[in-house]
Design a protein around this ligand. Structure first.
Ligand code: ZN
Length: 293
């Protein structure tokens, strides 16, 4: 296997049109309308909104605003967790996710981002949680295929295995995709969201990115950086360049695997970037994307 560093990424200098902003990066400081305008004004051409920002907003109106601003919707974030303590709660999660998938259609989203969930309260049965995830994703995939939305499974770093996701590696996510959508045609509906923050540590990352690319299953690519030491397990992501991930090498790998989609910044940063003015954070994203990502 070639080392990651052997594959040079394309240049992002002057190519913010290839870059997108996941709105979580901006700390949800303002209504979605103002966020759309700010992202467009900063020169980006893609946006990844969260469901919480659309609560109480007519989806069609938000979709039109995004289009009129010249932005594409990358991924729509994110699923309600699939494992739950009883059948009624699992069914409610499916219904909720179906509604969100319908919103993703209205937004014209590149994919619906699926963060699968893990152990329900009181449970230690990870095997059962994984089985419920497989069952839940299968049901969502049926609906996604009916309405024409790509489902992007996002494996999370294993530090979240107890609560946010029992899907923790690219290999595990691809194995699930292979079961639920075997031998996909050239355009699979079930694929991956590759997030540098979640996968950089994996000794198998290069091979699994190539495997995903060979099946056209890379639907999105998220970037941020891994701060050492990390002070908070959820909300202490670093801006690209401020951590230890070899981001150019990783992007080189993703591009070598055939990915041509947006490079999406997703920085959860409660004690740093979320406290800065939105325009300043967007300017930093633009600069770091073009220089160190
Ligand atoms: Zn992500």
């Amino acid at each position: 296997m070639a080392p990651l560093g052997a594959l040079a990424p394309t240049s992002l200098q002057g190519r913010l049109d290839r870059c997108a902003i996941n709105t979580a990066t901006l700390g949800f400081q303002q209504p979605i309308g103002a966020t759309i305008d700010a992202v467009a004004r900063a020169g980006f051409r893609g946006i990844g909104p969260w469901r919480r920002e659309l609560e109480g907003e007519p989806v069609a109106r938000v979709a039109r605003h995004i289009r009129d601003a010249g932005l594409a919707v990358t991924g729509y974030c994110r699923s309600t967790y699939l494992p739950a303590g009883d059948a009624a709660a699992r069914a409610a999660a499916i219904d909720d996710n179906r509604r969100a998938i319908d919103e993703a259609v209205a937004l014209g989203a590149g994919c619906f981002v699926v963060v699968v969930g893990s152990l329900p309260a009181g449970s230690k049965d990870l095997g059962r949680a994984r089985a419920e995830v497989a069952d839940g994703v299968a049901r969502l995939l049926e609906h996604a295929c009916d309405v024409g939305v790509h489902l992007g499974l996002e494996p999370l770093h294993p530090m979240y295995a107890g609560d946010r996701a029992c899907l923790n590696t690219l290999a595990q996510a691809l194995d699930l995709a292979d079961v639920l959508e075997p031998e996909p045609a050239s355009a699979p509906m079930l694929g991956l969201v590759v997030d540098a923050y979640h996968v950089w540590w994996d000794p198998d990352v290069a091979a699994q990115i190539m495997r995903a690319g060979a099946q056209s299953r890379i639907f999105a690519y998220h970037v941020s950086d891994w701060r050492v030491p990390t002070r908070d397990l959820l909300n202490d992501r670093a801006m690209m360049g401020d951590g230890v991930i070899d981001l150019p090498a990783l992007r080189g790998q993703v591009e070598a695997a055939g990915y041509r989609g947006p490079i999406e910044v997703e920085v959860f940063s409660a004690s740093d970037w979320w406290r800065r003015p939105v325009a300043a954070t967007l300017a930093a994203c633009a600069e770091r994307l073009q220089t160190v990502t």
